[in-house]
Structure formats: structure tokens, C-alpha cells
Design a protein around this ligand. Structure first.
Ligand code: ZN
Length: 387
């Protein structure tokens, strides 16, 4: 057993000072002044730390992504320490543009590997393309038969790299995901990659208007990628939709009009959107093109999982968003949208996924995943198999 004493708690709601007792990978009790003899548990003084739920990153190319500049531009796989450094204890892996040389079967294997190494993982079946390439022959079957499959995606819309799916095709995908989700007790979410195309969210809006599929079935991502999609995202969220912002970026993209995540959060809250409908994801291991002043591709960067909490911190420090609200977009909100029981919260019975932050700088000082220390006193102490 492990007892964290006197931490400043954000569950993510502010909960004051309390002790957290951890046993068997779960949180047993959360209350002030827990007195348990040291012979029964490891006692850690957490009075200089803020304890928050482990972060959920629901869009990571864990097997690598990219490849859009040729074979040499395929990005590498995620390593465990990439997640630990960013305080991420739950990941949803996905494929992107390339669904030929990368497959949902290898995604599943990689997710199982990361799970064995110490964090919790899930996957979306499919990739950009429609019809969806699955593991068992169908979206509904994957959801029902494979524990780690919690949805489908990232299906590309409004993008030159999409397969230009029709209204009927997207409605069919969502209906299969919905049935598979209902029958398996999972979210059955459709993670939608939004491109720069001017059609924007129109297809999703039509599906919500003309079918019985509820808004919670879709999680459109990259909604902060340009000003017009962001504006449309505000209206979409006000109509009940979920919106996801991508934290990995490069300066050139921001100069071209991408709305920085931290700012996007503040602007959406000011526009009257309920914070509960907003999530951040990192797009980790995705490729990020870097261009010179003449617009020539000079190199490719790789999206980082560590950008997830960096944007949460910027939202607090630069945009004045309350810590509990900023935390919710990487904890309680994705846990709810993705129906991840025991994740994204600090409460008795929940998984012991915790991040410990420095009180002043909010730097990540400790990470616990299912009750096991992965980072302690600022050092990553558990590495992946080949690190
Ligand atoms: Zn994408």
C-alpha cells in the first residue's frame, strides 16, 4: 500500500488537502488525516505537491504515423517514457493516413505492449479511409470482440487525403459504432479527423439533423487547426457536439492561423460553450511539417504527447483558465466521452492513476499508473522494453 499525505487535491475539482491511500492499483480512500501505521504502507509526504488525475490522451499514433512525404517520413513508434514525461497514464491509439502499411492489428499489439509496460491503453479501429479497415471484419464486431477497441477512427473528413466519404457512409459508420458501443458497454465513439477543407463540420451537422444518431457519438479532432473551423466548432459545440483540440503544433502553423490550444480553450469558454464538451489530445507521433520562409519543406517534426499538459499549463498561466477547468479537458471530460470507468478522476474505487505537480510551477514531479511509480521526484524511473 502507498499513502500520499497531505496533497493539494484537484479531482479535477478542487478538493483541498487530503491523503490518498492506494492499494492493489486502485485508490482505496481519499480523506484528510488518514492514520495508517508505516509498517503497513509506504508513506510519502505530498504537502508540497498538487495531486491530479493521470492524464488521458485520446489521439496518439502509437505505432507511428506520417509518411506523407514518402517512406522516409514515416514517424517512429511511441516509447513508454514519452507518455510518462507528459503525465499521460491512459492513451487511445489510432492510425491516420496510412492504413495499408500500418494496420489496426499492429495498433492493437502496440497498445497491449504499452499496457504491459505500465500504462492503460485503448484503440480506435480503422484509419482515415472509408470503407473502414478493421481487425475482425467490421466495426461492430471489433467493438464487441476486442476489449481494447472503444471506437472507430480517425475517419478523415474535409481533407484532400480523405476518401471523400458520403453522408450515407459516415451515417453507416456511426450507426455500427453506436450498436457496437451499446452492446459492449463502450463509447463506440467515431473519432473524426477534420481537415482544412471548407466543408468543415457540415457533414456531421447533417447527420445530427437528419438521423437519430446523438452528438455524443462523434468526437471531431483538430478543431483548432484554422480560424474558420474553430468558429464553426463553437457553433457545433453550442448545438451539443463534442470538440477536440490538438496540442502538438509548430510555429509556422500558428502563424498561419491555427488557434493555440490554451487560447482556444479560453475563447470557447468565453463564447459560452460548456467546458464539459471540450477535450485536448496531443496527436502524438503524428508528423508535423516544418517549412522555410519560401514555403519549402525543410524537415518533419513529430507530435509529442508532452504537448498535452504543456497546453493545460499555458491555459492556466497565460489565459487565466482555472486549473480545475484546464485539467478537466485531459481528465474527466475524455473519461466521460470515452466511457473510461475509473479513469480521469481521484476518488475511492478509481484506478490509482495520478500526477503530482509542483505547487508553484505546475511542473510534473511524479506519475503513478495503476498504483505504480513511473516517475518520481521528476525522474522517469520505468522505461519501455527497448529504451
Ligand atoms: Zn488527424
Amino acid at each position: 500500500m502507498l499513502l500520499l499525505k497531505n496533497a493539494d487535491l484537484f479531482t479535477p475539482a478542487p478538493a483541498g488537502r487530503a491523503d490518498i491511500l492506494i492499494a492493489g492499483g486502485r485508490i482505496e480512500r481519499v480523506e484528510a488525516g488518514l492514520a495508517i501505521p508505516e509498517r503497513y504502507c509506504d508513506v510519502v509526504d505530498a504537502s508540497s505537491l498538487v495531486a491530479v488525475p493521470g492524464f488521458i490522451d485520446a489521439h496518439v499514433h502509437i505505432t507511428g504515423g506520417g509518411g506523407e512525404g514518402g517512406y522516409a517520413t514515416r514517424t517512429p513508434e511511441l516509447m513508454l517514457s514519452d507518455a510518462v514525461r507528459g503525465g499521460v497514464t491512459t492513451i487511445v491509439g489510432c492510425l491516420g493516413t496510412d492504413g495499408v502499411t500500418r494496420s489496426p492489428a499492429s495498433l492493437l499489439a502496440k497498445a497491449r505492449g504499452l499496457d504491459a509496460e505500465g500504462i492503460s491503453t485503448f484503440i480506435y479501429t480503422g484509419d482515415y479511409a472509408v470503407p473502414t479497415r478493421t481487425i475482425t471484419g467490421g466495426i461492430e464486431r471489433d467493438l464487441l470482440l476486442i476489449d481494447k477497441v472503444i471506437g472507430v477512427g480517425e475517419v478523415a473528413l474535409a481533407d484532400h487525403r480523405s476518401t471523400q466519404p458520403t453522408f450515407d457512409e459516415i451515417a453507416r459508420i456511426a450507426s455500427e459504432a453506436r450498436r457496437g458501443g451499446i452492446l459492449s458497454g463502450k463509447a463506440g465513439l467515431v473519432n473524426v479527423h477534420m481537415g482544412d477543407g471548407r466543408r468543415g463540420l457540415s457533414l456531421l451537422r447533417r447527420i445530427l439533423d437528419e438521423t437519430e444518431i446523438p452528438p455524443a457519438q462523434f468526437l471531431p479532432t483538430h478543431v483548432n487547426r484554422n480560424p474558420w473551423l474553430f468558429e464553426e466548432g463553437i457553433a457545433y459545440a453550442k448545438a451539443g457536439g463534442l470538440v477536440d483540440f490538438t496540442t502538438s503544433t509548430v510555429p509556422a502553423s500558428l502563424e498561419e492561423g491555427e488557434v493555440k490550444c490554451s487560447r482556444a480553450l479560453r475563447l470557447m469558454l468565453e463564447a459560452g460553450v460548456d467546458a464539459a464538451q471540450i477535450t485536448f489530445t496531443s496527436d502524438g507521433q503524428g508528423s508535423l511539417p516544418v517549412f522555410d520562409a519560401a514555403g519549402r519543406l525543410v524537415r518533419l517534426d513529430v507530435g509529442r504527447v508532452t504537448s498535452l499538459f504543456a497546453e493545460v499549463r499555458d491555459a492556466v498561466a497565460d489565459e487565466g483558465v482555472p486549473l480545475e477547468t484546464a485539467l478537466s479537458v485531459v481528465t474527466a471530460n475524455p473519461a466521460r466521452a470515452l466511457k473510461l470507468a475509473g479513469k480521469g478522476q481521484i476518488a475511492a474505487g478509481a484506478d490509482a492513476d495520478l500526477v503530482l505537480l509542483d505547487r508553484r510551477s505546475l511542473a510534473i514531479r511524479g506519475v503513478l499508473a495503476r498504483g505504480r511509480w513511473l516517475m518520481r521526484e521528476g525522474d522517469v524511473i520505468v522505461k519501455g522494453t527497448f529504451e
